[in-house]
Design a protein around this ligand. Structure first.
Ligand code: FAD
Length: 509
């Protein structure tokens, strides 16, 4: 399923996308007799194991139709320069270029959903079906509903299929038909349910049934390439080939030690699949089946630990499905009355990685530089914001939304509510991470801190997690004056811990 390929660096250079790409095809008239089926790509930019693409080709084979592929972009997507959106558009560009190089067309359309259907109908009057991979939650689910309505209204059949997850959000249920509110029993049920098989897409067939055409919407394509050429750097590998290579590398090098090393950020030994999963450059089905095979053949605990993480992804998707307002509202009703602090200065310090707690600061600086943060750090910085600074978890969730390359509403909201102890099956409020001992435990040698907090680079490991304990001569020796080059701790963790306990018990006014 996954092929071996040479491994490349994680960072990629920004490529210049040339507008002339759009016109490589000769103009082809659409014959009145030709039949068409469309595939709407949203978060499935790949040719392997793509459910909607598979069904589209099946349909083409049965009816001798041609397929046309389109992406719908909003005005906001064509202008928002965040890591996540740039990565998304860059992925589309790379996929489009790859398709066009192979004489296949990807149309970029914008405007309302009705506009999209009207222009498809205008260009392809015999268009009868649209296939897409479903997006079940958030704004994307609403967009899908609108496009479906517009299609059906104009006489086009609309099929949306399960692809980005292994189960529909409302599929994993208790025996009494209600949904799970605790992860462990959810997982026990989830793992017993049959998983969808792989949809093997045949490249030659995909190409055979492609309708090659010039762009339908030149204005949108121009805006798209203008946006792309404004991108300064892409900090993460892009596209299906890279995703498959990196996953292959992970299986070989890091899966065997996953449960230990996944907690130590310096190793950077997790799969890094979340950005690819977000845009669908890799199939979660294929990932699951290959790791499940390792589990079945070897009984490997490491393989099971990895599968459990995929199940967390599905758990949070389910929670967001049932709690669509959870970006703003705590899932646990009893915590909706908490009076979170608002302190601009502390919030800025947290964002800039200047809290005076090196492990927290390293995580926040990694996020700012790379749009990425290791999971251990995501948990630690989220705990710090909410339980040491007592700042509103919504501020953190929104900042991550702006900054994370793998930003995904269901995962981000679910995890933030988890860390702030206000969500479904969240960490209990009295389990408060100590930002110093977390660093000592998970970054023993301090290499992760040294990488991101440059002013602590020469500090001896004895003081790396507590630089404020250095004597004046030690500060001089390590070229780091506390209070000038690096801040004193901005809060006393012990004191804040007590405050947080009182806060969650509603004893603080
Ligand atoms: P691996 O360890 O290799 O795990 C494999 C896959 O399992 C991941 O790609 C991911 O899809 C899933 N997974 C792993 N950990 C979690 C988890 N805690 N919750 C749900 N699924 C998980 N993940 C996102 O994809 N988007 C987000 O916006 C996001 N925001 C987060 C915010 C906070 C405060 C926290 C604590 C976690 C957040 N996560 C988010 C979850 C997790 O940090 C990332 O999925 C993980 O770090 C991605 O790295 P990886 O692919 O190497 O993970």
């Amino acid at each position: 399923m996954f092929q071996h390929q040479p491994i490349e660096q994680k960072k990629v250079k920004v490529e210049t996308f040339d507008k002339t790409l759009q016109v490589i095809h000769s103009k082809k008239e659409v014959s009145k007799m030709e039949r068409f089926v469309a595939i709407w790509l949203k978060r499935d930019f790949r040719l392997h194991d793509n459910h909607a693409l598979f069904k589209t080709i099946e349909y083409c084979k049965q009816t001798n139709s041609k397929w046309v592929m389109f992406v719908h972009l909003t005005k906001e997507q064509l202008t928002r320069h965040t890591f996540e959106n740039e990565y998304y558009l860059y992925t589309i560009a790379q996929f489009k270029k790859r398709m066009e190089t192979n004489q296949m067309t990807v149309h970029l359309l914008s405007g309302s959903e009705e506009d999209v259907i009207t222009s498809l109908k205008k260009s392809y009057p015999t268009l009868s079906h649209i296939y897409t991979n479903t997006n079940e939650v958030g704004d994307e689910a609403l967009r899908e509903e609108r496009l479906k309505t517009a299609a059906i209204t104009q006489g086009i059949s609309f099929y949306s299929l399960l692809d980005s997850h292994l189960h529909y959000a409302n599929e994993v249920k208790k025996k009494d038909g209600t949904f799970y509110k605790v992860y462990t029993p959810y997982y026990k049920m989830w793992r017993t349910l049959k998983k969808p098989s792989i949809y093997k897409c045949n490249h030659a067939e995909i190409k055979f049934y492609a309708h090659v055409a010039p762009p339908m919407d030149v204005k949108t394509e121009t805006l798209f390439y203008t946006f792309l050429n404004e991108i300064k750097k892409i900090t993460f590998p892009v596209g299906e080939e890279k995703a498959v290579q990196l996953f292959q590398q992970f299986l070989k090098e890091d899966l065997p030690t996953y449960s230990k090393k996944r907690n130590e950020p310096y190793w950077d030994a997790t799969s890094h699949m979340s950005p690819f999963l977000k845009v669908g450059a890799i199939s979660v089905r294929s990932m699951y089946h290959v790791v499940k095979q390792v589990l079945d053949e070897t009984g490997s605990k490491e393989a099971e630990a990895f599968i459990k993480e995929l199940a967390w992804r599905e758990f949070f998707q389910m929670i967001y499905y049932y709690y669509p307002h959870s970006a703003e509202e705590e899932v646990q009703e009893k915590y909706r009355q908490l009076k979170w602090k608002r302190d601009e200065e502390q919030f800025e310090r947290w964002k800039e990685g200047k809290t005076g707690f090196p492990f927290v600061d390293a995580g926040m600086r990694q996020l700012k530089e790379e749009g990425w943060m290791h999971n251990r750090l995501r948990m630690v910085v989220a705990s710090f914001l909410t339980k040491d600074y007592l700042l509103d978890w919504r501020l953190g969730e929104k900042y991550f939304k702006e900054m994370l390359i793998d930003y995904e509403p269901s995962q981000n909201i679910g995890n933030w509510q988890w860390a702030a102890s206000v969500g479904m099956d969240a960490v209990p409020y009295f389990r408060i991470f100590n930002p110093i001992t977390q660093g000592e435990k998970f970054d023993k040698s301090g290499e992760y801190i040294r990488k991101y907090v440059k002013e602590l680079q020469d500090v001896d490991v004895t003081y790396l997690h507590t630089p404020f304990k250095m004597s004046k001569s030690e500060q001089k020796k390590s070229s780091c004056t506390i209070g000038i080059d690096y801040p004193y701790p901005t809060v006393n963790h012990k004191v804040q811990r007590e405050k947080a306990l009182a806060f969650y018990r509603f004893e603080l006014c």
